[in-house]
Design a protein around this ligand. Sequence first.
Ligand code: ZN
Length: 114
Amino acid sequence: MKQKEIGLKVSMPKEDCKDRHCPFHGDLKVRGRIFIGKVVKTGMHKTVTVEWPRLFYLPKYERFEKRRTRMKAHNPECMKAQIGDEVKIMESRPISKTKNFVVIEVIKHESSTV
Ligand SMILES: [Zn+2]
């Protein structure tokens, strides 16, 4: 299958895949918001749970509190995101009931961080 550009400066996956929900090899189009987060769960089929911190303002104390955002994202066959990996995810059309993001790049593999 031929790789296609997704309109972003990301490193193209080295491997090929037959995932139809892959933005590089399938017919999934990405658009919208981009987030960078850490993979915390990979249990579900071709799905990863990505988490990243955000600051939540508490007016009463005039301070910020750390909160986390968790999002499910599609993990295409060629991406192979693992738990602990830092990944870039991008919004797409809804892939399933709770998924409308897809992993477009694995920025850092867990194993490579010493
Ligand atoms: Zn692919």
